[in-house]
Write a protein that binds this ligand. Structure first.
Ligand code: GAP
Length: 465
């Protein structure tokens, strides 16, 4: 593990995310609500880019995967069939002293709310015996609340796919092997939401159910682990910050033949971004049993009927967003304007060296950056500069999320965009009026070159490819 991620200060990152409009605490106006988060103007673009990149790579660029958008609330029998009603629970203990409720299997790293220097269990508080707590949020359908109106917010998007397997198969003209993909909200009443947005009670998942012939489980599982690992590096996570956790046989669910978690080295340790499981035919068999419908597939080449097996890559959008923020976040010492020198990572607690200033920057990959370029007139009180810059801005805005800013000194405008993670700054100055060139500033190197204004769209397009 490199040092980089252990040194990202999560509190400083959260403060930047609030200040720049990536992530706000939900209902902050009313004191907040634990485990829920709102994404501000930059955060919503970041998440959209993650989902778009996934959808493009997993669905649109493939012939063998189609999409679905199932409802969040489904028939409660779905959750009986999937096993969530009986088994989707975590062990919980109550503290009779502080009245807190804690995950019984995470006491070792849960600080006591009353004595934060001590962990729960060794703080002197009296704990109950562990009991199972079902994580599904319960609601009711219709005006009368009784046993027959009980429903659940989905704790995963996957079951919507299994429940619609037959319909999608019949309309999509797909043949096994093929996949159904879905992006959407999931809800879990986590006992201890923690680590900023990492473990939330409401989050988004991107799930693929890839249906395969029995016996091909291992090769397809290996294929999807490879595919998904490569995707994370494409969106900008360094390969050296990614790990794989390979489940031992005894850790697997009884129906699964393999499972690998893709992990990212967060500041709070290496933690799961995505799980890729070979689940056999458990899910479709259970839905077949509980619904009474035959969910067998007829394989025309082999002339045989079977319930397809499935490989399930299941990723969390919010965790990926947090990983990308951790990866991109840097506090740097940069040479002051006019001074010579290199860009260096700031050393926490040390004074900024002479001739340098500090900058905070989010080094997002251009594909993922919320804003792709910022366009500036050098001065706001010169209509010829403003008009040219606005014309360029309007032109680029038709294709990409770009930002126009004319207020303040140009150096401060660059710095604001560095904090937002905008990869390119384009400035219209007096030379632009003479030779139709602009300065093109690279966020990471801070180097500026002159490029013909007419070439700006093509340059941007290349950078985002
Ligand atoms: N259908 C399989 C499934 O839901 P999971 O490992 O429970 O598997 C898949 O969840 C992904 O969803 C995780 O890898 C994680 O990225 C995300 N996820 C799960 N629980 C979460 C939570 N409480 N907060 C944020 N993301 C979560």
């Amino acid at each position: 593990m490199t040092d980089k991620n252990t040194t990202v200060n999560l509190e400083q990152l959260a403060s930047l995310c609030k200040r720049r409009g990536f992530i706000f605490q939900s209902s902050e106006l009313y004191g907040g609500i634990n485990g829920f988060w709102d994404y501000g103007p930059l955060g919503v673009e970041l998440k959209r880019n993650i989902k778009d990149a996934w959808w493009r790579d997993v669905v649109q660029r493939r012939d063998d995967v189609v999409g679905l958008d199932a409802s969040i609330i489904m028939h409660p029998r779905v959750w009986a069939a999937s096993g969530h009603l009986d088994g989707f629970s975590d062990p919980m203990v109550d503290c009779k002293t502080c009245k807190g409720r804690f995950r019984a299997d995470q006491l070792d790293n849960t600080p006591c709310p009353q004595k934060p220097s001590k962990k729960v269990g060794v703080c002197g508080g009296e704990l109950t015996e562990p009991r199972q707590f079902n994580l599904m949020f319960q609601t009711s359908i219709g005006p009368v609340q009784d046993d027959s109106s009980v429903a659940y917010l989905r704790p995963e998007t996957a079951q919507g796919i299994f429940a619609q397997f037959d319909n999608v198969l019949s309309v999509s003209r797909q043949k096994v092997p093929f996949g159904i993909a879905q992006i959407g909200k999931a809800f879990r009443n986590e006992i201890n939401p923690r680590n900023y947005t990492f473990r939330s009670r409401e989050f988004e998942q991107m799930e693929l159910e890839y249906f395969i012939a029995p016996g091909s489980d291992q090769s397809w599982h290996e294929y999807w682990v490879k595919e998904r690992l490569a995707w994370y590096t494409r969106i900008g996570l360094a390969a050296e910050h990614l790990d794989q956790y390979i489940y031992a046989k005894e850790e697997l669910a009884h129906y699964a033949s393999a499972c690998v978690d893709i992990m990212y080295q967060f500041p709070f340790g290496s933690q799961e971004l995505e799980g890729i499981a070979a689940r056999g035919n458990y899910d479709l068999s259970r839905h077949s049993e509980y619904s009474g419908k035959n969910l067998e597939y007829f394989d025309q080449e082999k002339i045989e009927r079977y319930i397809p097996h499935v490989v399930e890559p299941s990723a969390g959008v919010d965790r990926i967003a947090l990983a990308l923020l951790c990866e991109a976040y840097r506090v740097e010492w940069i040479p002051k304007e006019g001074a010579e020198g290199e860009i260096r990572d700031a050393v926490p607690g040390e004074k900024v060296p002479a001739g340098c200033e500090e900058r905070t920057v989010l080094r997002f990959a251009p594909l993922i950056a919320p804003v792709k370029a910022a366009i500036f007139p050098l001065l706001k009180n010169r209509p010829e500069l403003v008009n040219t810059a606005q014309e360029l801005y309007r032109d680029l805005q038709r294709r990409w999320p770009v930002f126009y800013d004319q207020t303040g000194a140009i150096g401060r405008r660059y710095r604001r965009q560095d904090e937002a993670g905008t990869p390119f700054g384009i400035t219209v100055d007096f030379q632009s009026l003479e030779d139709q060139t602009v300065t093109w500033r690279d966020r990471d190197t801070m180097q500026q070159i002159r490029v013909p204004m007419a070439e700006v769209p093509a340059r941007l397009s290349d950078a985002l490819a």
